[in-house]
Write a protein of this length. Structure first.
Length: 100
């Protein structure tokens, strides 16, 4: 499945598989967005699978946004694969609940 990023009520939903084949597209998309926007919310709810390189890219984008004083939220409600990866890397504190 190809990677898709759709905007839904201000939340950028990432759909598909995040891996080394599409990580540069993800990085380029969000780096451009970080330079243009002050508030970014991404949802990983519809991510089918995520590898370590795409996880590292998302964390680096998060850090880049913070260094530029941008708000960058990562949402993943109930996506066990994503939750497990964030937990195994001890970064699950970055995940936000949409209702919060």
């Amino acid at each position: 499945m190809a990677l898709q990023i759709n905007e839904n009520a201000g939340v950028l939903e990432i759909n598909g598989v995040l891996n080394t084949q599409n990580v540069n597209s993800l990085k380029n998309y969000f780096e451009a967005l970080i330079s243009q926007s002050s508030f970014i919310i991404i949802s990983l709810n519809k991510v089918i699978d995520m590898d370590k390189s795409s996880f590292d890219t998302i964390i680096n984008l998060y850090k880049k946004a913070l260094s530029k004083n941008k708000v960058f939220y990562i949402i993943s409600e109930g996506n066990q694969k994503v939750l497990d990866l964030f937990q195994s890397e001890k970064m699950n504190y970055l995940l936000k609940n949409r209702a919060a």
